[in-house]
Structures are given as C-alpha cells and as structure tokens.
Design a protein. Structure first.
Length: 476
C-alpha cells in the first residue's frame, strides 16, 4: 500500500483493545505469547499488565519462534483466545490451524504475510504504510493497544521506549527515536516519566567510571576499546581528564562539556583512522532517555541500559528474570539480572575474538559477507553477534552480513542477516530475502528490511546461500 495511514493503524489498536477487554470479561483468562527479545518481552508485559489491571488473569510465555512445534505447545493451553505479541505477522499461515477453534490476536511490527482468515485479528503498522523497523516497535504497538484498554496504562510508555531501543530503532535517526516512537516518548515526558537529553552514549553513563563505561559500550562496537578497560583507562588519562573527584570515580554524566568534546574529537580521530564512516562515528552521540521514577545509580534508569539488561537475561536463557523486571520487580531480580549481564558480556566478547582469530569464518562475496559461525557461536547469541559485526567498522558497511550457525540439536541452521540504511534506501529488503530464500529450501524466515533472520534445514546451507546471494544481486 502507498502512503501512511496512522489513523487506520490507531483504529486497529482500538479494535484489539476492545477484543481483549471482551475476553477478560467473558473468560477472565488470557494466554499471551511473546517473542524472546527485549522488544518481545516488553510487548508481552505491557499487555499482561493491562489485562491484570482490567481484572483478568494472564499467562505470559516467551517463545523463540513460530513453527509447528510451538503451535502444538500453544494448543496445550486451553483457551478461547490466544494473543501473540511482537511475533506472528510473518507466520500467519502457521497460526491458521489454531484459529479453527479459537480466536487469535496478533500484535506485531514485522513484515506481514498478506493472509487473512476468520477468527484472526491482526494489528501491524506495516499494513498501514508505517515502517516497523524504525517508526514503531512491537512494544510500541502493544502500548497503543493498552492505552485503549485504559488510561492507567499510559505509564507503560516507558516499556515501549525500552522495546524500541532494544530493537535499535534509533539507529537510523541519529540515535533518537522518531515518528510514532517519538510520540510515545512525548507522552511519557508529559507525565514526568522520562527526561530526554543529548549526550555521549556510553553504557553506564551515570553509574560507571568513565573508562569502564567506554569499555562496556558495544553499540557501536569500538574495535580496540570495547571490552578493553585498561586501554580505555589509558585513553582518558592521556587526554588529561581526571578519573576521580576526591575519592569517587567520575562518571560520563559528571564530565564537563569541554571534557566530553575532548573525548568525542579524540574518538573521531581514532575511529576515522580505523576506517569508520562519519555516520558510524555519530552513533556515539544521541538522545539519552532517563526514567525519572527509577532509582538513581541503577541501570534501569537509562532506557538503553534497561534494554541491554533484558537482552542479557533472555540470551542467557533466563526469560523469567526479564519478565519480572518488566512487571516491576526490582531487588533480587535486578541483582540477578546484573550478574547475567556480566556473564553475557564475557560470552559475547569471547565469541567475537574467536571469529576474528579464525578469519576463514568471515568470507567476503561480491555483494555480501558470509559469516560461518558453526561451532563458535551458539544459536541464541547469533543475533547480537551479527549486529555487532555490522557496526564494528571492520567490514565494508555497504555489504549485508549473513551469519549462520547450527542449532543446538544440529538439525537446522539459524541465520541472522543485517544491512545498513544506505543499502535499504537502495532497495535491499532482507526480510523479503530471508522469507523467500528460506521457503525455497524448506525453512522459515522473515523480519525487517534492515535486519532479518531464518531457520533452514542443516543440509541446505549451500543452496540457501546461493539463493540469498542471487536475490541480493537482483534487489540492488
Ligand atoms: O524481532 P525484532 O523486530 O525485535 O528484532 C529486531 C532485530 O533487528 C534486533 O536484533 C535489532 O538489533 C535489529 N535491528 C537492527 N537495526 C535496525 C533495526 C533493527 O540491527 N535499524
Ligand atoms: O534473530 P535475529 O535477531 O537475527 O532476527 C532479526 C529479525 O528477523 C527479527 O525481527 C526477527 O523477529 C526476524 N526473524 C523472523 N523469522 C526468523 C528469524 C528471525 O521473522 N525465522
Ligand atoms: Zn521488535
């Protein structure tokens, strides 16, 4: 469809809200299935809380993908109504059998299949010409649904901001959220929930010593500095910036304007020498979203750090901790999440070094990079590894990255594909490519134009790669 129809999208959100409320009234119980990533759990949690506030009971289950196995698992939970949050739009055909006995509601922002059938309600901004890769996330869509279920859910705007940043929806907007995401930010600002400032985007800008904040930053990945605390310490000392005030470590937030400028210009020189583009360097500055109701000195006060914590919990297989944080638990849940984050960072750092140590794993083709991660990167962390590789500056940014690894059972291959906005503007759509190429080899795939994925049979790697390469060639 041509043109944006925001009004039509909001109408769909209203319809979904009405359906949920009707089912809360009739059955009292709603099973919600959400995707296993930060945008997915925030999406599911927003709906779960809204159901609870409306007087209903919920079951919130985090799922990796939709396939026949998942559909059978869903069926085991008896209900007249199933809700899918931030997952499902690309797999409406697989969900169809569920709809024969039950109503299903899919609230998502991934590239949708053009399929409709009775008993399906489908809410997706892409059906109204709104870009689900940068204008609104899955949790954002759930926020607009929840808002229609009751004004009390306006406070859930914060989770929608976390979800959008978890999906890197700020990447193409100078590290600031735009469009409908921005509308959500403004609604949160009006209620005194969030404060937006512009600053250097190092991880732990309020909570960590400066050198640690730089070393912990993975997005963008700064080769030579990310993961290297000692090098970062030397970097700051060489600039003549004091690391401590009295006995306390200073944080990035404590730096003066001049000191920040010094760091930024030195990093600019450093990164340009490494071949980074201006666009990549400016990924270091952007909008900081501070949640004013979260305790000072905790990572949940910064929206990006909140998203990173959720991501670590999920990737380390502890979805329950992520859900607990989204539903408002702190204390022990937060302590556990912080431990998981440390463990996760170590794992990622280790896998990235292994990939670069074994250069034959990264193969440059005429129109793409193929990163064969078999035996090096586990399925559950392939996605962040692909994202880091695409922002690390080490590879030509004008070629998409296709990363592959065998699944734990060895029977299938998980694929994560990443591009940049320049390629997307030239017509590249990885979501279409992953969907079509996977289908050709008996697998499943989908996603966004800029970031997509697939699962394919293990013996089809070669054919799949051939199809992907051909399709990339045709799109450009
Ligand atoms: O399933 P979902 O939509 O939540 O996943 C989005 C994925 O796409 C994330 O892994 C995110 O890192 C990636 N992404 C990206 N660049 C963008 C938008 C999304 O790498 N501009
Ligand atoms: O797993 P990864 O983060 O690489 O996925 C990138 C995007 O592609 C996500 O939005 C994800 O939901 C989508 N995807 C999909 N179907 C798959 C794998 C990933 O729609 N089989
Ligand atoms: Zn998402």
């Amino acid at each position: 469809m041509n043109g944006k129809d925001v009004k039509g999208f909001f109408e769909d959100c209203k319809t979904a809200a009405k359906e949920i409320l009707e089912h809360v009234e009739k059955d009292g119980f709603i099973p919600i299935f959400c995707h296993n990533d930060p945008d997915g759990v925030t999406a599911g949690s927003i709906l779960a809380k809204a159901v609870y506030r409306a007087g209903g009971d919920f079951l919130l289950r985090v799922i990796d993908r939709i396939d026949e196995k998942t559909v059978n698992e869903v069926r085991k939970i008896p209900s007249n109504f199933y809700v899918f949050a931030e997952i499902g739009s690309g797999y409406l055909d697989l969900l169809k059998p569920l709809s024969e006995q039950t109503k299903i509601l899919v609230i998502d922002h991934h590239r949708p299949l053009e399929v409709s059938y009775p008993n399906l309600t489908h809410v997706n901004p892409m059906l109204h010409g709104i870009d689900g890769a940068k204008e609104i996330s899955g949790s954002g869509v759930c926020y607009f649904v929840a808002k229609n279920m009751g004004e009390e859910n306006l406070d859930q705007s914060c989770l929608a901001i976390v979800g959008a940043l978890g999906d890197l929806q700020d990447r193409t907007g100078n590290r600031c959220l735009e469009s409908l995401n921005k509308q959500i930010v403004e609604e949160a600002e009006k209620r005194g929930l969030v404060e937006v400032t512009t600053d250097l985007l190092f991880y732990g800008r309020e909570t960590r010593p400066i050198h640690k904040a730089i070393a912990t930053t993975m997005n963008p990945f700064i080769p030579g500095l990310s993961g290297e605390e000692d090098v970062c310490l030397g970097f700051i000392v060489n600039l003549g910036i004091p690391l401590k005030k009295d006995d306390h470590w200073r944080s990035v937030a404590d730096l003066t304007h001049e000191e920040k400028q010094k760091i930024f210009s030195e990093l600019t020189i450093y990164l340009s020498k490494k071949g980074f583009s201006g666009e990549a360097i400016f990924q270091l500055i952007g909008c900081v979203y501070t949640f004013l109701r979260e305790n000072k000195w905790t990572p949940l006060r910064d929206a990006r750090e909140f998203a990173s914590i959720l991501n670590a919990c999920l990737k380390m297989g502890r979805a329950g901790v992520a859900v607990a944080l989204c539903l408002g638990n702190r204390g022990e849940a937060l302590d556990e999440a912080q431990n998981l984050l440390n463990e996760y960072r170590k794992t990622i750092g280790h896998r990235i070094s292994l990939l670069f140590e074994k250069p034959q794993t990264i193969v440059e083709f005429e129109n793409m990079y193929l990163v064969r991660c078999h035996g090096i990167v586990e399925e559950r962390i392939l996605s962040p590894i692909a994202t880091i590789l695409s922002s690390s500056g080490g590879l030509n940014p004008n070629k998409p990255i296709i990363a592959l690894t065998k699944t734990e059972d060895g029977g299938r291959i998980k694929v994560s594909a990443r591009a940049n906005q320049t390629l997307v503007d030239k017509g590249l759509n990885l979501g279409v490519i992953m969907q079509n190429a996977a289908q050709k080899v008996g697998g499943q795939g989908g996603g966004h134009n800029i970031a997509a994925g697939a699962t394919i049979p293990a013996n089809e790697e070669e054919n799949f790669v051939k199809f992907v390469s051909q399709m990339i060639g045709l799109q450009r």
